[in-house]
Design a protein around this ligand. Structure first.
Ligand code: 0X9
Ligand code: ZN
Ligand code: ZN
Length: 426
């Protein structure tokens, strides 16, 4: 009898625990919608941005020169409508139920995981990505090398892979998934690693073998795990704040280059673009800065993978009045990427320009710190697919097309860099 009572109690404990650790405590976005709001003047933009300030009913998903993409709580459309009317801007529905997109993504991930874990028909977890990295490293010991960037706030290892077929190659550094919810970035980075090692295509062989690749597929490891387990829409790191109950810092605002200057980041710990209490407050960012400093003489080009908007952004992020010394070259190189993507049958269009010029002021970003402080003359933020139809929840069917675009784009980009003399050994 005692035993039976014990077993029942045990079963209950397991049940309760199971529920609290299961899918049920994920943050849900039932009937949350995403609207694209088009505006013309700076005043309109200011008024519209007031909506997202308290992050209650409205949250900023993406911002371009003349559009705000807003995540809207169920029932808050009326309020948006009245501001849109007042400001004479226009709003267009893009996603009617965010949870529906998340659910079909989760379903696709579970289905693909059942028949063979890692792959590019779904989005992989950090665990799956690291297990796959180990397989790759074991399979190609002469060409690959594992490296460690450092440890995250929650104690996870930030890992990278170096691919080098021969000595005296120019170096290309790829930072990916610094923003947790931008899953297409790590999917693309891992696909590229696989192509570099396995493809027999001549273009890919040349690209792979004539450059040294330093690739960090998931930089913001804590945030990435959090997007898989708790909140699909998380962007920042996971270090708590000492002055607020809001968690995390935008790691792409935390580098020590024009940090918090010219309105390029927020000092509000609850904001999505919070710059942190001080530059390099985030252990991940400090670790990457130290790692890049230690190999900067080997790096000719740095690419930071982001989504979404289909853009190539170069320095500066802190001003649009001044342009970097090699701005014309940066534009020519960006155009080569865009043209190459355009030559594929998908019809995807990439625009390009300086970060502050075509997007918005953003300070303390990786590419600006590497350009300004480390002397790497070619640095870009690449904002992958799409332009808002699915946004961050890009269906897995887009992974390979997006990655193919990145591959031909990067090949053309490096070709142009070579032509302009940027791939000389330092
Ligand atoms: O805001 C960002 O950090 C990037 N866009 S995202 O939507 N992926 O968050 C763009 C950063 C570009 N600006 C600079 N590099 N300064
Ligand atoms: Zn990003
Ligand atoms: Zn080359």
């Amino acid at each position: 009898m005692a035993l039976i009572r014990f077993l029942i109690a045990l079963a209950l404990v397991v049940l309760v625990q199971g529920a609290s650790f299961g899918q049920d405590d994920r943050i849900r976005y039932d009937n949350y919608s995403v609207y694209k709001v088009k505006f013309e003047t700076a005043d309109q933009r200011t008024l519209l941005k007031k909506l997202v300030e308290d992050r209650g009913k409205f949250r900023l998903w993406q911002e371009t020169q003349d559009e705000l993409h807003l995540l809207i709580s169920p029932g808050a459309f009326g309020e948006l409508e009245s501001v849109v009317r007042k400001t004479n801007s226009s709003a267009k529905l893009f996603i009617s139920n965010v949870q529906e997109l998340i659910d079909s993504e989760t379903e696709a991930n579970l289905k693909a995981s059942r028949d063979g874990s890692f792959g590019w028909t779904k989005y992989n977890s950090l665990e799956e990505i690291y297990a796959w990295l180990d397989e790759i490293l074991a399979a190609y010991p002469a060409i690959t090398e594992s490296f460690i960037v450092g440890q995250s706030y929650e104690g996870r290892t930030i890992r990278g892979i170096k691919i080098s077929y021969k000595s005296n190659n120019p170096g290309v550094f790829i930072e990916s998934n610094i923003h947790a919810r931008e899953w297409i970035t790590s999917a693309t980075a891992t696909w590229l690693i696989n192509e570099f090692l396995t493809s027999t295509d001549e273009l890919v062989r040349n690209l792979a073998e004539n450059h040294d690749w330093y690739i960090v597929p998931v930089f913001n490891v804590d945030g990435f795990v959090y997007t898989h387990e708790k909140d699909r829409m998380w962007r920042k790191t996971r270090q708590p704040s000492e002055i607020s109950s809001c968690v995390g810092v935008d790691p792409n605002r935390n580098f020590d280059s024009y940090w918090m200057e010219s309105g390029g980041a927020s000092s509000d710990p609850c904001a999505e673009d919070y710059g942190g209490p001080n530059p390099f407050s985030e252990p991940e960012v400090k670790a990457l800065a130290d790692y890049i400093t230690s190999i900067k003489d080997k790096i000719n080009v740095l690419l930071a993978f982001h989504s979404y908007s289909q853009l190539l952004l170069s320095p500066y992020g802190h001003t649009k009045e001044e342009f970097p010394p090699n701005y014309d070259d940066l534009m020519e190189v960006a155009q080569a990427y865009g043209d190459a993507v355009g030559s594929l049958p998908y019809g995807t269009v990439y625009r390009y320009g300086s970060s502050a010029g075509v997007l918005y002021y953003a300070t303390g970003a990786t590419i600006d710190w590497v350009y300004n402080e480390q002397g790497v003359e070619i640095t870009y933020t690449i904002e992958f697919r799409d332009t808002g139809r699915y946004g961050f929840i890009l269906p897995p069917a887009h992974i390979i097309p997006n990655a193919e675009e990145a591959l031909v784009g990067i090949a053309a980009l490096l070709e142009k860099c070579d032509e302009l003399g940027y791939l000389e050994l330092k």
